[in-house]
Design a protein around this ligand. Structure first.
Ligand code: NAD
Ligand code: GLY
Length: 374
């Protein structure tokens, strides 16, 4: 099988080298034992997944490991965001302990961002840190959550509030797995693809405008190109600012502060998926950038038009909320990115020119959100 390889360079050559490869291609699950090589050093391999993914890919993983003389040990969890909680963190940790996982071993996260974040966090704290391999099966996980080492669970106080930076040792992004992903999930993941163009790559945004609809309709070459470019973009950002200290990695939060308010208002429910919230959030960030005099209105219209052309919600009014702008702004104040009383916003000077604004007035945001709701 051919595949592209993107390196995430983190401390290469030093004692703390945490660099790793992200492989992007078709058929990687079938070839996983060979690709993981010595990372799978024992005959038994613990794999965490969810019920949907197990139904579709458990057989392929079993066969791939058996062909290499290994046995998968499975923990199959319920699908959905609710699984990223304390109870399932305990379950995954106990599973690893029962399977005798040691620090030098590598466990496998097979699934979307929920399984990746949960399993990665359990790996981060197991015996103060064991290895893990990400096999992301949703588009969102392939282009975003499996790369970069953010792991976390949700608590009653909010999303992703307890977690750790813990990099995987290898990521296998099998484009073939996207064939079974429901269209709504595919579109939600696509929002994160578009994000990389909006942050600093106007040519990639143009590529999305040209190819987004065909990619969503199933073109495998376009999917592979989109995932490879997205991973390469994320790898550059993570290499420059692994722990989100300099402001570079914070640009990956484009659309997330606005989107977070919408997710909170809709109760983190199926009414609005994370990627759908990010798409709406990026349009809101663009429109707020226009209102603040940073960006041309034509650029904001272009972003909204692209999401609409892909069959996605493109305006806040599409969501049909009946709350006030103030209420949405209040949700933002509970964002984990709050820093000493200020909330940094990612805004744009144009397509491919995102920047961090730490001086946004939350009352102005409340007024803006009110206008957008109308
Ligand atoms: P998810 O893991 O819930 O997967 C979405 C749905 O698709 C699930 O029902 C899953 O069972 C199903 N699925 C996955 N792969 C499939 C396939 N190949 N075929 C059929 N069905 C499949 O959600 P997600 O959108 O992948 O990830 C969202 C999570 O990622 C959130 O918890 C979010 O906080 C997290 N996230 C983390 C980061 C990070 O940097 N760590 C970044 C972005 C998002
Ligand atoms: N998804 C944002 C980040 O990884 O920083």
């Amino acid at each position: 099988m051919t595949h592209e390889t993107v390196r995430v360079e983190l401390g290469a050559g030093s004692e703390k080298d945490r660099s790793y490869s992200v492989l992007v291609g078709d058929g990687l699950i079938a070839d996983m034992a060979g690709l993981a090589g010595p990372l799978l050093r024992k005959p038994v391999v613990p794999v965490v997944t969810d019920e949907n993914v197990a139904r579709l890919y458990r057989g392929a993983v079993d066969a791939a490991l058996q062909a290499a003389g290994k046995d998968a040990r499975w923990l199959v969890l319920p699908p959905g965001e609710a699984t990223k909680d304390w109870a399932h963190l305990a379950k995954v940790s106990d599973f690893f302990l029962t399977e005798g996982v040691e620090r030098g071993d590598h466990v496998i996260a097979l699934g979307g961002g929920v399984i990746g974040d949960l399993t990665g966090f359990a790996a981060a704290i197991l015996k103060r840190g064991c290895g893990f391999i990400q096999i992301p099966t949703s588009l969102l996980a392939q282009v975003d959550s499996s790369v970069g080492g953010k792991t976390a669970i949700n608590t009653p106080a909010g999303k992703n509030l307890v977690g750790a930076f813990h990099q995987p040792a290898l990521v296998l992004a099998d484009i073939g797995a996207l064939a079974t992903l429901p269209m709504r999930e595919l579109r939600a993941g696509y929002a994160e693809v578009v994000k990389y163009g909006l942050i600093d790559d106007p040519e990639f945004f143009e590529w999305c405008e040209t190819n987004g609809p065909a990619l969503l309709a199933g073109d495998a070459d376009l999917r592979r190109h989109a995932v490879t470019c997205s991973v390469a973009a994320k790898a550059r950002v993570v290499a420059a600012d692994e722990r989100e200290l300099s402001g570079t990695r914070a640009l990956l939060n484009l659309g997330h502060t606005f989107g977070h308010a919408l997710e909170a208002e809709t109760g983190y429910s199926d009414r609005l998926l994370h990627g759908e919230a990010v798409a709406l959030g990026m349009v809101l960030a663009a429109r707020y950038s226009v209102r603040s005099g940073h960006m041309d209105a034509d650029d904001a219209d272009r972003i909204a038009a692209h999401f609409a052309a892909c069959g996605m919600m493109a305006e806040l009014s599409d969501l049909g909320l009946s709350c006030s702008g103030r209420r949405l702004a209040d949700h933002m104040l509970h964002d984990k990115k709050m820093d000493a009383g200020t909330l940094p916003f990612v805004l744009m000077r144009g397509i491919g020119a995102a920047f961090l604004d730490r001086a946004v007035d939350i009352d102005d945001i409340a007024a803006f959100m009110g206008e957008q709701l109308a």
